[in-house]
Design a protein around this ligand. Sequence first.
Ligand code: DC
Length: 665
Amino acid sequence: MNSEISVKPFVKCRASITPPGSKSITNRAMMLSALAGGRTLLKDVLFSRDTNIMADCLQKLGYMLKLDRNENTIEIDSAYGSIPNSEAEINVGNAGTAARFVTALVALRKKGKFKLTSDKAMHARPIKGLIDALKSQGATFEFLGEENHLPFVIRTNGLNGGDILIDAGESSQMLSGLLMASVGAESPMNVKLSSGTVSKPFVNMTIEMMKQFGFSCEVDGTNYKVDLRAKRRADSPRIYSIEPDATAASYFVALPIVVGGVSEIVNFGSCKLQGDSAFVEVLESIGLIKTQHCGNNLLVYASENTVFPETVEVDFNDISDTFLTLASISMLLPFKLKIKGIAHTRAQETDRVGAVACQLRKFCASVEETEDSISIIPYTREELVKKLPSETLVNTYDDHRIAMSFAIAGCADIRGDGKPWIKIENPECVSKTWVDFFEVLYTARKDSKKFRVIAVDGGAAVGKSSVSRECSRVLDYMHVDTGAHYRTIAYGLLEQGVDASDKNAIIQALKNLKIGTALEGNSAKITLNGNLVPDSEIRNERINLKVAEFAAVAEVRDFLKNYQRSMADFGKENHFNGMIMEGRDIGSVIFPDADVRIFLDADEETRAKRRAKEGISDSIKKRDELDKNRKTAPLKQPEGADLIDTSHLTKEQVVQKTLSLILES
Ligand code: DC
């Protein structure tokens, strides 16, 4: 019986995700380790259905593998370009890489006989191009089912080398497998493509990895010249780290688009071999997301106020494993979407174009397909809510990517009631590449992490506001500018004709000021007697001169203290991940227990220049003197706070440093 999982929607993610190791790299690294000579220790490997299959295949062929599932490592002893066993029966499941790589690999064996079986779904997947190529080198095939498909018995007698022609038009894995196996040939191989190939970035990945393992593969148009040198070398044990899976990351790159908030993809900067990391750029160019690099991590958040064209057309040929990620959320996007360049995905885990079209029809106004593309017209959000039954089942065709993609769409709280509206059939199929995907998705919910308070203090014109605002936007934190609080109070007192030196008058006048909060995007702004006092009224020379004097009065500070502390609850109630509060005494008086306390500083000249650039005349020096020397809550770097001198840094650099301090704490 098939199981199902209801996806629970939520608002605003605060995901910090470490994607599993890349499946494609893990399986290539295993094959190359088997061929490269000596011993290899693979680190950060993915243990999933497809990689277990690959490891099992190699063991059946007689290679020595030590798998450590706790440490995510595999140690492999090479057989220096040959295959230890001459006979084996191997099941490649529904793993495309294992099917193609192992078929090519066994061809290296002299006098070999290997039976390759698979899941039923794999019987239909293309492998003829590789079969024909291997036949041209003397291998013979006995098909146990349909001709030129799995299952089959292959009889092998090594690869002779020289020219070999391959048609890899239906799957680049055939070319990748043949290139890797070529390093074990009798003499150098010249692999020639008879037609183009799909998913070029995966071929590039193979070639780059061959180089990393000490082989050489020269590419000239559609010719690949593979050298044999390395296999004869006596290699010392090598250590090879697997990159995080960029395709897996795509789900959490898309998540903020449908739920808001921010996703942090840990170690995304290490994704150098994988074409699918370009998914981020594609979404960015459409205007769906914005990103910020923070060390080796990538922060992704949904862009606001993008004006989209009526139709967006994108070519996913180079990043086709991620097309499902975008297609599945298209039902929630405000434009028509056409994804092209995906014909070859019809022959993957399932007919992906057909399958996704069939599922999207349950949610969209219109879904059309051609051999190579899918075009989606979504309903408006209101129509979608009206048309859908309470919950809709998504069939997953045993395809991990369909399950994960639609699970992301299902996180959107389309009805605003937090009730599930998407059910995923057979969710266990995700174990092909990401065993604990649904657990990780659960941790992306904002409730699973604590609301954080960040205090940013510093003098006038050190860049507090612009940096705090930008970091708040990136992290989906609430931004609170307490300078504006003092300015608003100064305005309210001046309007009542009160002088800063008349303490009694101040105490009386404060009683007439009712303060509240209005949320403008990510900014919590103070209101005075129910109204937001416009910037033009609080950011002018009249206020600049008086504000520091009023701010030095203990009663004024007391008046604001509890209000400012209550902002943390306000932020939580409004579903923010945290709050950045900026001012002069936030880390010392208002939130001395803040999760992170930062003090910004800059030399006088830089600050004067910044103000002049903003076209604001401001008596910064005088204000700072007053702020520093007052008795109550003077401006100073709180003990233990992190200092950033912004004098010679760009705004972006200060943002980066601040984000790093926040995220690393
Ligand atoms: O950040 P700003 O320049 O807008 O602040 C205006 C004034 O408010 C500043 O000169 C001192 C006062 N202030 C304060 O005393 N304590 C805070 N936490 C924030 C501002």
